[in-house]
Design a protein around this ligand. Sequence first.
Ligand code: SAM
Ligand code: DTB
Ligand code: SF4
Length: 335
Amino acid sequence: MIKTTWTKGEVKAIYDTPLLELIYRAATIHREFNDTGEVQVCTLLSIKTGGCSEDCAYCPQAARYNTGVNVQALMKKEEVLAYAQKAKEAGSTRFCMGAAWREVRDNRDFDRVLDMVKGVNAMGMEVCCTLGMLTEDQAHKLANAGLYAYNHNLDTSSEYYGEIISTRTYDDRLQTLDNVRKAGVSVCCGGIVGLGETHEDRIHMLHTLATMPEHPESVPVNALVPVAGTPLAHNDKVNVWDMVRMIATARILMPRAMVRLSAGRTSMSVSDQALCFMAGANSIFAGDKLLTTPNPTFDEDMAMFDMLGLKPREAFKAEAAAHHHHHDTMAATTI
Ligand code: SAM
Ligand code: DTB
Ligand code: SF4
């Protein structure tokens, strides 16, 4: 049923389908595998901002670019939990904490993050982290603290990767994803459109994702948010049709994944976003900030949901459906 043996030729054939036909096919598969009326609402919080040692050409948090992002130490647990509580009250079911780290180190800060994970899990939200590279041991520690998902993006194709990031390799990324999998944590992995990549690069990245032994449970599709001071500040604005094509192809290749319409929504109209939902997107980041850049406000998003007849997806739905790993038992065993 779920195919992980796609060839590059098959991926290309889907990606190159005339757009309206592609949207129709993606919408059909979406309807078959998912509840098309619901969209997962996730909230992001940057718990450790800026000062990152890496050279990711798109990123406002890389220390080497002058982007005006203020470097901040790791936030306090109480502040993070208060933010998570607000997000929960606003209807968000997944809370993702991001750190501008190259990798996790086994130090006090990591212990503090583990504590935050425990706290958010106990609130009954799906907890996600994105902290850079992880060892298998660190992935297990996060899992034991109650981590639900880990975000680690491939960003682009293996061929184009070196043009965007030189301080780590594609294989490093894949190794971390493998470590996350081995720890039994849900994998969130996707990429960015608008880095200057070719259609071929997008096809190759989608092929890599769709031929993993298990598909990522969530696939964020980001449109580059160009930030002044980064090497990609003057890249062309991402065309909405490119986003729709990317989302539709991801939906067809990975029918059960949550496909997240991620960064870049502030420059999309409600109609643009509606096309993305039609093409199979079923998750967004809500809240007026992503990590460091603006995002539509919560009220704007709720008005959009009302307009389109969408409703927020409940937390731990995959588990509720499978009758195991309900969050109450998870919280009970991990706290
Ligand atoms: N430092 C960790 C890492 O690189 O994995 C976690 C945080 S990092 C900011 C998470 C992801 O945000 C990146 O992999 C990238 O896909 C996305 N991102 C960062 N800056 C972006 C931008 N300007 N536009 C779109 N996506 C961006
Ligand atoms: C993802 O794929 N997109 C989010 C989340 N995972 C961590 C991050 C987007 C960051 C956009 C730039 C910023 O706000 O700093
Ligand atoms: Fe650092 Fe992550 Fe930004 Fe790269 S994407 S510079 S690793 S925070």
